[in-house]
Design a protein around this ligand. Structure first.
Ligand code: ATP
Length: 236
């Protein structure tokens, strides 16, 4: 289980997270919904060991405390991040991007097996192996980013607004690919502003406002909650 307890983060005097607690079970999709500036990116960065601010609290993965570990150790422990803006290398091919995802010693040893698994999850990436990533569509690039993170053989995959800038159809494909990841037994933690489509695939959700969790519940319940509909689903 991935467990976050009383996580606080501040940039100088500015608090961005003021005591966030949440959990993600293995093979579960959990979405954090929040408006611009709510602290979504800070939360994922703090969990992944790359927050520029001061971080306090507990982040535990299968009982191991991750807080204070360097980011590569956190990946080695089994937590991979798909950062906002994807974090792919646009001038390299799909195959090169995937190979770069297997950069920790454990992942390097298991690279061939991981590549097989990633190409089984995303057959499209196999067909496009030699394509330079810059020439791919936004949705395809997002798939490369997810495939690259999966090459570290994660137990948990975290994603920062993966649907940003994608057309509704590509969003649908993207979220469907996260279901594929979940079905492979990997826990998924994503932060999103796209409430409608992310709640449709999530098991549970948390609402983040001003650095605090203000509500949590089953995704299906939140989808039907009038307050959530008004704030996140455009009143639909
Ligand atoms: P968005 O959806 O716009 O990316 P977010 O929910 O991801 O927003 P964060 O990026 O985590 O929010 O930002 C939370 C708060 O922390 C904001 O007030 C932001 O201005 C501030 N902040 C984020 N990064 C830094 C930084 N490196 N230095 C100073 N303040 C920061």
């Amino acid at each position: 289980m991935l467990e976050v307890k009383d996580l606080k983060a501040a940039y100088g005097q500015h608090p961005a997270l003021t005591g966030v607690s949440l959990r993600v079970d293995p093979g579960e999709i959990v979405v954090i919904l929040g408006a611009n500036g709510a602290g979504k990116s800070t939360l994922l960065k703090a969990v992944s060991g790359i927050c520029e601010g001061k971080v306090e609290g507990t982040v535990r993965l299968a009982g191991t405390d991750l807080l204070g570990m360097p980011p590569n150790r956190i990946v080695e422990e089994g937590l991979a991040l798909v950062p906002e803006g994807r974090g792919v290398f646009p001038d390299l091919t799909v195959a090169e991007n995937l190979s770069l995802g297997a950069y920790t010693p454990r992942a390097r040893e298991e690279e061939a097996g991981s590549l097989d698994r990633v190409l089984r999850l995303f057959p499209k990436l196999g067909e496009r192996r030699g394509q330079v990533v810059r020439t791919m569509s936004g949705g395809e690039q997002q798939m490369v980013a997810i495939g690259r993170a999966m090459m570290s053989n994660p137990v948990y995959l975290t994603l920062d607004e993966p649907s940003l800038g994608l057309s509704p159809l590509l969003c649908k494909e993207l979220f469907q690919s996260l279901v594929t990841v979940k079905d492979a037994g990997i826990g998924v933690l994503l932060v999103e502003q796209n409430a409608r489509q992310s709640l449709a695939i999530a098991d549970r959700a948390y609402l983040l406002e001003n650095g605090q969790i203000v509500h949590e519940g089953k995704a299906a319940e939140l989808r039907n909650d009038p307050a959530v509909q008004a704030a996140y689903l455009g009143g639909a």
